[in-house]
Write a protein that binds this ligand. Structure first.
Ligand SMILES: C[S@@+](CC[C@H](N)C(=O)[O-])C[C@H]1O[C@@H](n2cnc3c(N)ncnc32)[C@H](O)[C@@H]1O
Length: 218
């Protein structure tokens, strides 16, 4: 079974990727001008990307290569419980939701931006993934406290400065052999996360491109 070939999912994916590509040009233009302004700020302006992203209007979605990687990781692991930090408009949610369906598992995704929550909720229904995917609306550091099952795959793609507190929150819920995939770890704000997980002997971490893949070896 390959739900990525489900016509409802491929149709939604095509629309999202088209809109995200258009959005990406807008994002690059905005980022360049903001970074120029930011370069005159104090050296302690590591988190300049965060206020930018916090504006919340951008897709900032995974590429189709990254999306397929997420599907492959979740599916080949037969992940029963997947948790996603940061759904945005749901591109990665579709890949992980498809893997959850094909593995007989479920995906809990999270989003704090109200408009994105509304759009992602509708997307989940239109793509026929509503039995497998649940959206927790609000700050994931709060909403994910209620997860009471073992998590086999945790995907981190929200604000980079929250990766470490998110790992600390989810650590007791990780199953043995769980995979933690963190995107965009080249962002300065993700540095404390990268340092902590690489120094933690319970994890085996490899960084592939801008994604950190860590197995919770226990
Ligand atoms: C990079 S985007 C996610 C892209 C998405 N994973 C995809 O591939 O389509 C990051 C998202 O995380 C959300 N986010 C950031 N901090 C959050 C938090 N504390 N709780 C829930 N969502 C959060 C933002 O609103 C934003 O939409």
């Amino acid at each position: 079974m390959n739900s990525l070939l489900d016509p409802r999912i491929t149709a939604e994916m095509a629309v999202l990727q088209r809109e995200a590509a258009r959005d990406s040009e807008r994002w690059q233009a905005r980022k360049a001008s903001q970074q120029e302004a930011a370069s005159s700020l104090s050296p302690n302006s590591d988190s300049i990307a965060d206020p930018l992203i916090r504006m919340g209007e951008f897709y900032l979605g995974v590429s189709s290569q990254e999306g397929k990687l997420l599907y492959n990781l979740a599916r080949s692991k037969r992940a029963r419980c997947i948790v996603e930090f940061g759904a945005s408009y749901g591109i990665s949610t579709l890949y992980l939701g498809a893997a959850a369906r094909d593995s007989g598992g479920r995906l809990i995704t999270t989003e704090v931006h109200p408009e994105k929550c509304h759009a992602t909720r509708e997307l989940i229904i239109r793509s026929g993934l509503d039995e497998q995917v649940t959206l927790f609306e609000g700050d994931a550091l709060v909403t994910l406290k209620s997860v009471d099952e073992q998590v086999d795959l945790l995907f981190l793609d929200g604000w980079k400065g929250l990766y470490l507190p998110m790992l600390e929150l989810m650590l007791p819920k990780l199953s043995e052999g769980a995979l933690v995939a963190a995107d965009n770890v080249d962002h300065t704000a993700a540095a404390p996360y990268v340092a902590a997980i690489q120094a933690d002997s319970r994890f085996v971490t490899s960084i592939v491109g801008d994604m950190a893949l860590s197995c919770f070896a226990g």
